[in-house]
Design a protein around this ligand. Structure first.
Ligand code: SF4
Length: 197
């Protein structure tokens, strides 16, 4: 799609009481918090490991590679920013080494609150970090879980490769698109239950 043009989807503000969160220590890494993007009311939730920067070094709006590839795929299957809410296992991007398991467990308290509040009808985990964290299974991987729906903590869930993996390995693009077709079919053919009253 040569005329594809990615854009920065609207950012959901961080809740007032979490703006200064330092629960896991990633606040010392210097990257800013991103709570969520897209449509906070959407019932289709995308779960990524952590947010890429939304601004470049000059603080100008910036669409990172993850967002570009994700938007291209969802656009090709007929979904828009209004259909999707994106959030993260970690709300800040780590910039140096950290205690991965411990940190993810702490920040997922926020995700659990989001899930309770938003009650998504379908969750798409992108990449092994999101899959392993959300499924609570360090052995889980996208390769064995993609292409089907699973019930995880009461939520209908599926998995697909991380957009950055797809950028690095172009042979994954076809599988990535297949997975988004599955999601779009599920979402669009039974859209009514996905629209909140
Ligand atoms: S990554 Fe999560 S737990 Fe850690 S400081 Fe940010 S919001 Fe708090």
């Amino acid at each position: 799609m040569s005329d594809f043009c990615a854009s920065l989807w609207p950012e959901e503000s961080t809740p007032e009481e979490q703006i200064n969160c330092s629960d896991c220590g990633l606040d010392k890494h210097g990257s800013r918090m991103v709570w969520g993007e897209g449509n906070p009311e959407a019932s289709l939730m995308i779960l990524l490991d952590n947010p890429g920067a939304r601004e470049d070094r000059d603080n100008k709006p910036f669409v990172c590679g993850t967002r570009q590839t994700l938007q291209k795929a969802v656009g090709e299957v007929g979904l828009t920013a209004g259909d999707l809410y994106i959030t993260y296992i970690l709300k800040r991007k780590p910039t140096r080494s950290y205690e991965k398991e411990h940190t993810r467990q702490i920040c997922m308290n926020h995700l659990n609150q989001q899930l309770l509040a938003k009650q998504p009808k379908l969750i798409v985990c992108l990449g092994n970090v999101a899959v392993q964290s959300f499924f609570h299974n360090p052995e889980a991987d996208v390769k064995s879980l993609r292409g089907k729906f699973h019930h995880v903590h009461g939520y209908k869930t599926t998995a697909a490769y991380h957009p950055l993996a797809v950028r690095r390995r172009p042979n994954l693009w076809r599988l990535f698109l297949e997975d988004w077709m599955l999601v779009a079919k599920e979402y669009l053919t039974s859209k009514k239950p996905y629209i909140k009253e």
